[in-house]
Design a protein around this ligand. Structure first.
Ligand code: DGL
Length: 248
């Protein structure tokens, strides 16, 4: 079993990519929506919340944990790896290097939570690949709106916060909730190039499982999902399935 964690529904954008590479996996998706947003909490608060979910996954016998949340990854991955040396943690990060590889001179907007943008881990990545043509935009409150799926509030938020950045070439979706609102972002910024870390994370997960010879298939050859939502909101599971099955 593979555990996937996010502060709500956003990590489904990562799970979708994982399933393309591991179509016969058994996944436990933990949507910690009761603690959303992680991005505006202190590092200690986020670590305590994430550690609790890690202990839950381990009690269920998972063989790997994917932090399908840029904020949790930026704040917790290093500490978790030292506290749980026998556990495989796969962490995501804003796809800023991907921009450098594909369009190094383009004007780039990095959208992420405040927690991610201020993290040591992200700032190190940013300074390594900075093209002097990049705007870092902490989007406090946006993941919460995506979690609530209120399209009007999302559009109003984006109108207000993105209007000054019309004309950017690249947008880094540095929070796993944001790939779910690509069409809303396009309404303000037009046809930009989007970059997110979900494909890289999926490839890294498969690579590590194979490298370590970990058997991640349970009960035969088909795909299994378990969906847990910490606020016991049953509508989340429907949304989870809808996103997984959509072709976007
Ligand atoms: N989906 C999350 C991320 O990738 C976090 C959103 C939040 O809880 O603030 O950063």
């Amino acid at each position: 079993m593979i555990g996937i964690l996010d502060s709500g529904i956003g990590g489904v954008s990562v799970l979708k990519e994982i399933v393309k590479l591991i179509p016969n996996g058994y996944f436990i998706y933990y949507s910690d929506s009761i603690n959303n947003p992680y991005g505006d909490k202190s590092d200690d608060e986020v670590y305590a919340i994430v550690k609790e979910k890690v202990d839950y996954f381990l009690s269920r016998g998972v063989v790997a944990i994917v932090l399908a949340c840029n904020t949790a990854s930026a704040i917790c991955a290093k500490k978790l790896r030292s506290e749980y040396p026998d556990t495989l943690f796969i962490a995501i990060e804003p796809a800023y290097k991907m921009v450098y590889d594909h369009n190094p001179l383009g004007k780039t907007l990095v959208m992420a939570t405040k927690g991610t943008i201020n993290s040591e881990k992200f700032l190190a990545l940013y300074h390594k690949y900075d093209n002097d043509n990049t705007i870092l935009l902490p989007c406090s409150g946006l993941a919460e709106l995506v979690e609530k799926d209120d399209q009007t509030l999302i559009d109003n938020y984006l109108d207000e916060h993105l209007k000054d950045y019309k004309g950017v070439d690249n947008v880094v979706l540095g929070c796993t909730h944001y790939p779910l609102i690509k069409n809303n972002i396009k309404k303000v910024l037009g046809d930009v190039n989007f970059f997110d870390g979900s494909n890289g994370v999926s490839r890294e997960l498969l690579r590590q499982l194979e490298l370590r010879g970990i058997n991640y298939i349970k009960d035969g050859d088909r795909l299994h999902f378990e969906f847990i939502d910490s606020s016991n909101d049953f509508s989340k599971e429907l949304r989870f399935k809808k996103i997984l099955e959509s072709n976007d």
